[in-house]
Design a binder for this molecule. Structure first.
Ligand SMILES: [Zn+2]
Length: 439
């Protein structure tokens, strides 16, 4: 199952009172978003001068972030206090998020500060839309909460408005599915075009992915030391994905091991270290530290395996091919590390849940083979075709690429074991005739 999020627009049927109110809200949100952006900019400037004077940045949360800049608050009282706080909060967050995204460019003068248009859209949170009911295939009713308590009081109503949605071709089916809870409504927007208001409805649902998997598509997963996993897809020569950061793990392990070392060193000072409760306590803390490493790696492996299987689903790969790391006979030290085996195991388990077949390939030669011309290199002259851990350079065709990506691409080939076996046979025969140094 994968989560799908989509949008569909629905015309909001004209009603004088409703349209006037929507226009008022649109107007207020336009002013508020611009004011929030200016406040964020001013805060930034203030923050710089504060830093210059005091050598540190002021706490942001006190002014923007969860709470709005006091300036915006003051402004709301004047202009937007009748509007539901759900709309205002979301709009202000949007403006501040946008400012933060553009901040670096704005401060460098490469981009100007965002100016919102009078005709812009405004957000509607999912919980503001209630009681969707069907009248016929073209019209639906829903109740929309638009006002704050203050606004409702001023207008002498309960703040909710009955809205008639008009559907276009096929769009009604989506609303039917929302009604029978097959689809779930999400945070949406209201916008205006040619004097008509529209609801841009965002909805989500879960979809069986098994049906869309393509039997011809294979994802190759190379598990390695430099990068925990590199992905390739046989039918997509541009696809590549580097998963995770091995350095993150090694940093964590180094940090934890240092702590362990310090603890063990402290043992020297604990008098008789060989027995007694002091030693027991110490060993307990050492064990706790080892557990921390284990847990950290397991958590990472879960995250990575989930990501990899999701990538396979997104790329409609019915098969994942991965090196067989069980029953390891190779002398590569890292392969003996259980964490790689554990990652492989987790990928296998999660793939099966989604109906993806996992094929385990003999690890021999998948990193020696050039994915472009198929030539298989020998370990004897490894420094020539594998000048560094991360570089692969084919001695036969000159193809150069990331070594792990090259392996992943080999792993993404159908019946790669057979192809490698045939290639080896051919190279052996050629060697008899030519005696090339390559083989
Ligand atoms: Zn080649």
């Amino acid at each position: 199952m994968i989560k799908v999020i989509k949008t569909m627009k629905y015309e909001i049927k004209y009603d004088k009172e409703l349209y006037n109110l929507l226009s008022d809200i649109q107007h207020a949100i336009w002013l508020i978003k611009n004011r929030a952006t200016t406040a964020a900019y001013d805060w930034q400037q203030f923050s710089f001068s504060y830093n210059e004077r005091f050598g540190e940045y002021p706490k942001e949360k006190a002014v923007i972030g969860k709470t709005l800049a006091p300036d915006v608050y003051g402004f709301l009282k004047e202009i937007g206090s009748f509007v539901s706080s759900s709309i205002i909060d979301t709009a202000v967050q949007e403006a501040i998020k946008k400012f933060k995204k553009d901040k670096v460019k704005i401060l460098k003068g490469e981009q100007s500060i965002q100016i919102y248009r009078r005709s812009g859209s405004f957000p509607i949170r999912a919980h503001q839309l209630k009681g969707l009911t069907k009248l016929n295939n073209k019209t639906y009713h829903t109740r929309l909460s638009l006002l704050s308590n203050k606004g409702a009081k001023e207008r002498n109503c309960n703040g909710q408005f009955l809205v008639t949605l008009i559907t276009g071709n096929g769009a009604y089916e989506i609303l039917d599915r929302v009604i029978n809870e097959e689809y779930k409504m999400c945070d949406s927007r209201i916008y205006k075009r040619k004097n008509k208001f529209f609801l841009l409805l965002t909805y989500k649902f879960e979809k069986e992915i098994e049906k869309v998997l393509d039997e011809n598509r294979i994802m190759g997963v190379d598990i390695g030391m430099a990068v925990p996993a590199v992905l390739a897809v046989n039918e997509d020569k541009y696809y590549r994905q580097y998963v995770g950061d091995a350095k993150e793990i090694s940093d964590f392990v180094a940090q934890i091991n240092n702590r362990k070392k310090r603890l063990l060193r402290s043992r020297k000072w604990a008098g008789d270290g060989s027995r007694g409760s002091g030693r027991k306590k110490l060993m307990k803390s050492v064990d706790a530290i080892s557990n921390k490493i284990h847990n950290y790696r397991e958590t990472k492996n879960h995250t990575w395996s989930r990501f990899i299987v999701n990538e396979a689903l997104k790329n409609r790969c019915a098969t994942i091919q991965i090196e067989n790391l069980s029953g390891i006979t190779t002398d590569n030290a890292f392969l003996k590390d259980w964490t790689f085996f554990s990652l492989q195991q987790k990928i296998t388990d999660k793939a099966k849940e989604h109906g993806i077949k996992v094929v385990k390939v003999k690890p021999n030669h998948t990193s020696q083979r050039c994915n472009k011309c198929g030539f298989i290199h020998k370990d004897v002259n490894k420094e020539m075709w594998r000048p560094t851990q991360s570089n692969f350079k084919c001695l036969n065709c000159g193809h150069e690429t990331n070594a792990d990506l090259n392996a992943a691409r080999n792993l993404a080939i159908k019946e790669i074991e057979k192809i490698i076996a045939e290639q080896l046979k051919e190279q052996k025969q050629n060697a008899k005739h030519e005696g090339k140094y390559l083989v």
